[in-house]
Design a protein around this ligand. Sequence first.
Ligand code: ATP
Length: 310
Amino acid sequence: MIELVNLTKKYKQNNAVKNLNMFIEKGEMVGLLGPNGAGKSTAISMLSSLIEPSEGDVLFQGKSILKRPEALRKITGIVPQEIALYEDLTAQENMEFFGRLYQLRGKQLQGKITEVLELTGLIERRKEVVKTFSGGMKRRLNIGVAMLHNPEFLIMDEPTVGIDPQSRSYILETVKRLNKERNMTVLYTSHYMEEVEFLCDRIYILDKGSLIASGTTNEIKQILSAEKTIQLEVEQVKSELLTLLKEDPSVNRLSVHEKTITLILPKEVDVFAKLTHYAEQTNTNLKSITTEVPTLEDVFLHLTGRGLRD
Ligand SMILES: Nc1ncnc2c1ncn2[C@@H]1O[C@H](COP(=O)(O)OP(=O)(O)OP(=O)(O)O)[C@@H](O)[C@H]1O
């Protein structure tokens, strides 16, 4: 349905997106993953014709959208990273304003507003002004606005950043339902691996503007099939311990998040005795050692040597 061909965006010395090749089939949920600054928003802006590519093309049903963006625009709903709502208007008034921009009027507009307010769980709050809403409710309303013109294709740019857990799971469940019940095609960008793992059939991983991996969720995880992930929970992360671990030839990758050290090692290596020894040597109080099933987060660490949330 949609194809990105060698899509590139250059800003002076910086390539925000480099030779990006992607395809999205009708009814698919595709994840675009990467840490902050990876190029996700830039890729989305080119896909939705908000900015022009420096090189490459976007094809919709085989035809370039560069000169004729309307066909794709008409079927696309965009949920931007920034909340775009009028704070002093009620939820209902915001919907009416944006609905009119989509040329909806009268009964058709009111029917659609009720439908999307129900979908986003905000029907009870329709008469309240947006500035009294929580961050999560504003996000849900923003999603509702993107749904007013009945799009077949929904682009969501990190829709769960900085919101409460209930709104987050509500959004994830809603997106899944839209895909199942309406065969909605979804492009979902995130730096939360677990969200993409939950939602998406296929995944593209971007880092510094370039694609570093792509495939089905299972294919991506198999990159780590010869490896295992071990997590060490420590009372205090000591630099001496990190040095010993980094120097150990069986440690392929290492990352630290708060008081947890994550190691990726070959599957056959038995390191428990060695880890306990390192802990003793550095006077580290080891609270737990656990072997994890690899996650997409581990795949990113494996491919780049960095955690997604560093
Ligand atoms: N208008 C611009 N001018 C110059 N550089 C830009 C511009 N827009 C983006 N960039 C740069 O391009 C790179 C990719 O940015 P982009 O916003 O696409 O990343 P992202 O993956 O969406 O990250 P985030 O999750 O933080 O939004 C960054 O290094 C950014 O600083």
